[in-house]
Design a protein around this ligand. Structure first.
Ligand SMILES: *[C@@H]1O[C@H](CO)[C@@H](O)[C@H](O)[C@H]1NC(C)=O
Ligand SMILES: *[C@@H]1O[C@H](CO)[C@@H](O)[C@H](O)[C@H]1NC(C)=O
Length: 403
């Protein structure tokens, strides 16, 4: 074991000291420390805005700086708090660094970033994968303002206020984005079978949770996708799609309905939200259930990220595997938001590698795995979403600078 590991480790050490030297020289020439002052002072991160932060590879770097937060962050959600739940390999999980092809990705500087966001608000709208993202965002930013307080208003499900910067981050839970409600079956012998019925989805009406926020946020991040399956909405109690108050005919299947919702909601955002706000739509987060679905003992007990050559066999829709849906949904999202000023946050590819970084069986509750199966869908925190945060904060920085 040891003799096998040592040359590998040595190689990593050599490579990583080289990249550290390169990193430091580039960092200090290109990136003077960001001052906590409003946008007028222009740190030069945008000098690399030509590069594609979504394309690259994970590089193992055992000397990588530790995550900036730990299990004590007050914004954690228990089942994702992998340090507290004593998930194995947390040190290893957080030693992988995402390296884009043509540039470097830097860790967000919370003080500098919130200086840029002074008197501003950022809103996330969508399902629990956006919530997973928000928790990481809040825990990272809190390092720059330990007086951060929990915040909830305007239909927000959770969020935080950072007093030092008068800066707010909110998360609005809206799993389908559109409004949906349970409609029990109408039958003559009424009240007989409450379990029969359909879910009515009004594709052109936003869910109440975020209906009133059009003027509230300066930056918005939308997503939906992880509830669009027959495990959430079985065929016996299906989604039925409505537009302008009328059922859409012929009735739409799950994917067609998804397309209709994303198109209508993107159009709604384009129409109702301020042109000045910066808008993002984040693509699907890939799942890593191996050997079966979540309710069929599907598992993700992996020690290392996947290799690039393995990704298609996991995620290509033509393979028809357990985890194929993310790329399918992504195609529909890209089509639907074309022609709007909403930008794509493509975290799919970089996350596809990280089969090693889910909470898996370490959920912090005794019977959780027996009841819910492993969690190979959400991400451990600290972990992969911290890289999403680094990318998002850089894109916000660039986006605010170019307007
Ligand atoms: C704090 O920010 C909000 C907008 O997010 C703004 O309306 C308010 O005036 C700001 N307060 C102060 C004291 O600057
Ligand atoms: C899951 O594993 C348990 C215990 O090994 C077994 O009893 C059960 O049949 C399995 N379920 C499926 C759907 O494979």
């Amino acid at each position: 074991m040891v003799s096998k590991l040592t040359p590998k480790l040595l190689k990593y050490l050599i490579i990583s000291s080289f990249s550290l030297i390169i990193l430091y020289t580039t960092f200090f020439t290109l990136h003077p420390p960001i001052q906590p002052t409003p946008s007028s002072s222009k740190p030069s991160i945008s000098s690399q805005s030509h590069c594609n932060l979504f394309k690259g590879k994970w590089v193992f770097d055992p000397t990588r700086q530790k995550p900036v937060y730990d299990y004590t962050c007050p914004f954690h959600r228990n089942s994702w708090n992998c340090l507290r739940n004593q998930r194995e390999n947390m040190g290893k999980i957080n030693s992988w660094k995402w390296v884009p092809e043509k540039c470097d990705l830097f860790r967000v500087d919370p003080v500098g970033f919130m200086g840029l966001m002074r008197n501003k608000r950022i809103g996330f709208v969508g399902d629990s994968l956006n919530e997973n993202f928000v928790v990481s965002f809040l825990c990272v930013l809190r390092v720059g303002d330990l007086t951060a307080k929990k915040w909830k208003r305007k239909g927000a499900w959770r969020g935080a206020f950072f007093p030092k910067f008068n800066f707010t981050v909110g998360y609005h839970r809206a799993v389908l984005l559109s409004k949906y409600q349970w409609q029990p079956k109408q039958s003559r012998d009424s009240g007989k079978d409450e379990a029969e019925g359909t879910y009515r989805v009004d594709v052109d009406i936003p869910a109440d949770d975020w209906a009133g926020i059009a003027d509230f946020y300066d930056v918005l991040i939308f997503n939906t996708g992880h509830w669009w399956g027959y495990d959430k909405f079985p065929k016996e109690t299906p989604l039925v799609f409505y537009k302008a108050g009328q059922p859409i005919l012929p009735p739409l299947g799950m994917l067609e309905g998804y397309k209709a919702v994303v198109e209508s909601m993107a159009a709604y955002v384009q129409r109702e939200f301020s042109r000045k706000s910066l808008k993002f739509w984040r693509l699907q987060s890939p799942r890593h259930f191996y050997g079966g679905e979540w309710n069929q003992n599907g598992s993700c007990l992996f020690e290392d990220p996947l290799e690039e050559s393995q990704l298609d066999s996991w995620f290509d829709p033509s393979v028809n595997g357990v985890n194929k849906e993310a790329r399918k949904f992504n195609r529909l999202i890209r089509e639907a938001i074309q022609g709007t000023d909403i930008r794509v946050l493509d975290f799919t590819h970089l996350s596809e590698f990280r089969a090693d970084a889910h909470p898996a069986i370490w959920l912090g509750k005794k019977d959780a795995v027996a009841v819910w199966g492993q969690d190979c869908m959400h991400w451990c925190l600290p972990g992969v979403p911290d890289t999403w945060v680094d990318i998002l904060s850089q894109l916000i920085h660039d986006g605010l600078e170019t307007r």
